[in-house]
Design a protein around this ligand. Structure first.
Ligand code: BES
Ligand code: ZN
Ligand code: ZN
Length: 473
């Protein structure tokens, strides 16, 4: 999708979205008296979005409530944009213009964002492809070029993350995931280095290697770095993404079909990290960011790690592995310990880590916790509101550590029946030693039904959140 600033598109001929707070006789837009009458009736009937089907084009009137708080208003507009994109595609339209009469420049951007994100399709494996026709959004008005360019990058990156998540494991194993990161690095301008199994073994990344033992495919550890000359931060930000390309649960096998069907999504954290690197590099933000992705599938084959095993992690600490379905924390523990060498300003990890997080808040938000100071945490929360990828902060009290004490090792990888998302986070924080925020995206990463402009399947959650965070800081 191309979002283009074009102040002089033909408002009489183009498919048109009019964002307005009230509707008067809009002869200006080529609406007849009858059509205007119809629109007025619809407004009386309290319709918020009105469609006029003219002979050669569609005209939509979207009523915007100026009194609604900015982020709520933006989210409504994203959703309207998504709905309108579907109508335009149904009518086989290829372009649409957005004209905003409202006071806020960001209104047309939000509408365009919803259109572009809602226009996403994953049709790679369809032999008969019905491709959406909508390809161009024209924006008319007060928006500046930089924000249009950032919006294009933003939506492109989200779609990239979705593509990665939607790829099944038979086409995207750890090696392929790393290859895709390399391509993204070349396209956007950031460095990508991939450690293979020999290097991972040499580094003694015991957590990552333990999960990989039941697999035929080797693990990878990808290091991405974007370091512009004008970077404002002395110490880098580090993003860590869970890259489990498929989670069967290992020997602690998940019951099939209900819980395994969507487990190709277990690298959604990794996808979000790669796509965020893509976005910040392409937008040339002046921030130094490193992305780390430990990747493997989790299978019960061969010499699969077995409940009861004691694993020596990258940092030398020991873990009694009591449930091979709690594999995410094993690979992330190594990556978080590896991150120490960068003396980071802040580390944020994204992981489809626990069913408990999804059970607690569902698809509507991201479970967050950590030890970063309040100011930093609030900045990320603010980005959550700006992008509607909202954070729900869980307690992070050290008393929870009781639940992951092991009799024979430093920790066990399994907590009790309660507070599963938190004990997972408490496990992870033991590998840090720097300001840290853990984001559990198990709920919103992959949907079984569309939710507004988030499609069924991979959502790309985390990309818009982090891009906004780095843009604003
Ligand atoms: N990948 C799953 C978590 C998950 C669940 C992601 C639903 C997306 C949707 C994770 O590896 C897992 O299986 N976690 C276990 C941990 C438990 C064994 C301590 C869980 O949440 O049940
Ligand atoms: Zn698991
Ligand atoms: Zn998992």
């Amino acid at each position: 999708m191309a979002i283009v600033k074009k102040s002089n598109f033909d408002e009489l001929k183009e498919n048109l979205v009019i964002l307005t707070t009230e509707f008067k006789n809009r002869k200006k837009y080529g609406l007849s008296n009858n059509e205007t009458e119809y629109i007025k009736q619809q407004i009386k009937a309290e319709k918020k979005s009105i469609t006029v089907n003219q002979l050669k084009r569609l005209v939509f009137v979207v009523l915007v409530d100026n009194k609604v708080e900015q982020n709520k208003r933006k989210e409504k507009l994203r959703k309207s944009g998504c709905t309108l994109a579907a109508i335009l595609n149904d009518a086989k339209k290829t372009s649409v213009g957005i004209t905003a009469e409202t006071a806020h420049a960001e209104d047309s951007l939000a509408c365009a964002e919803g259109m572009a994100l809602g226009n996403y399709q994953f049709i790679l494996y369809k032999t008969k492809k019905t491709k959406n026709t909508l390809a161009t959004i024209l924006i008319n008005g007060k928006v500046n070029d930089a924000s249009i360019s950032e919006l294009n990058i933003n939506t492109e990156a989200v779609c990239m993350a979705r593509d990665l998540v939607n790829e099944p494991v038979n086409s995207l194993n750890a090696t392929e995931l790393s290859n895709r990161f390399k391509k993204m690095g070349t396209a956007a301008g950031f460095k990508v280095e991939v450690y293979n199994k020999a290097k991972i073994t040499q580094l003694k990344m015991g957590g990552l290697l333990s999960v990989n033992k039941g697999s035929v495919d080797p693990p990878t550890f990808t290091i991405m770095e974007y370091k512009p000359k004008n970077a404002k931060n002395k110490k880098p930000y580090v993003l860590v993404g869970k890259g489990v390309t498929y989670d069967t649960g290992g020997l602690s096998l998940k019951p099939t079909p209900s819980s395994m069907d969507m487990m190709k999504c277990d690298m959604a954290g990794a996808a979000a990290v790669g796509a965020t690197m893509f976005a910040i590099a392409k937008a040339k933000l002046n921030v130094h960011v490193i992305g780390l992705v430990p990747a493997t599938d989790n299978r019960p084959g061969f010499n699969a790690f077995a409940p009861g095993d004691v694993i020596k992690m990258f940092d030398g600490s020991t873990v009694e592995m009591l449930n091979s379905d709690a594999e995410g924390r094993m690979i992330l523990g190594d990556a978080l310990a590896f991150a120490k060498k960068y003396k980071p300003e802040l580390v944020i990890d994204l992981a489809t880590l626990t069913g408990a997080a999804a059970a607690a808040i569902g698809i509507q938000g991201i479970v967050s916790m950590g030890n970063a100071d309040e100011k930093t945490t609030n900045k990320l929360k603010q980005s959550g509101h700006n992008t509607h990828e909202r954070l729900a902060e869980f307690p992070f009290w050290e008393e929870y550590d009781e639940l992951i004490k092991s009799d024979i090792a430093d920790m066990k990888n399994l907590g009790g029946p309660q507070a599963g998302a938190i004990t997972a986070g408490r496990f992870l924080v033991k590998f840090t030693g720097y300001p840290y925020i853990h984001l559990d995206i198990a709920g919103p990463a992959f949907l079984t039904a569309p939710n507004g402009y988030q499609p069924k399947g991979g959502t790309g959650i985390g990309v818009r959140l982090l891009f906004d965070f780095f843009k604003n800081n």
